[in-house]
Design a protein around this ligand. Sequence first.
Ligand SMILES: [Zn+2]
Length: 50
Amino acid sequence: MCSGAGPIDVELAERLKGKKYKCKKCGATFEAVGKHPMCPTCESEDVVEV
Ligand SMILES: [Zn+2]
């Protein structure tokens, strides 16, 4: 059994994500993890949690 990223990792990722952010620059909304979310559209870090 060397499947690498198994169901446990997926479950953990699902639990970690779910924080939604909105970019103040372009208005895009997205989900991100970590302390420094970045807009995937314009790559701005000027985002707010929604
Ligand atoms: Zn943006």
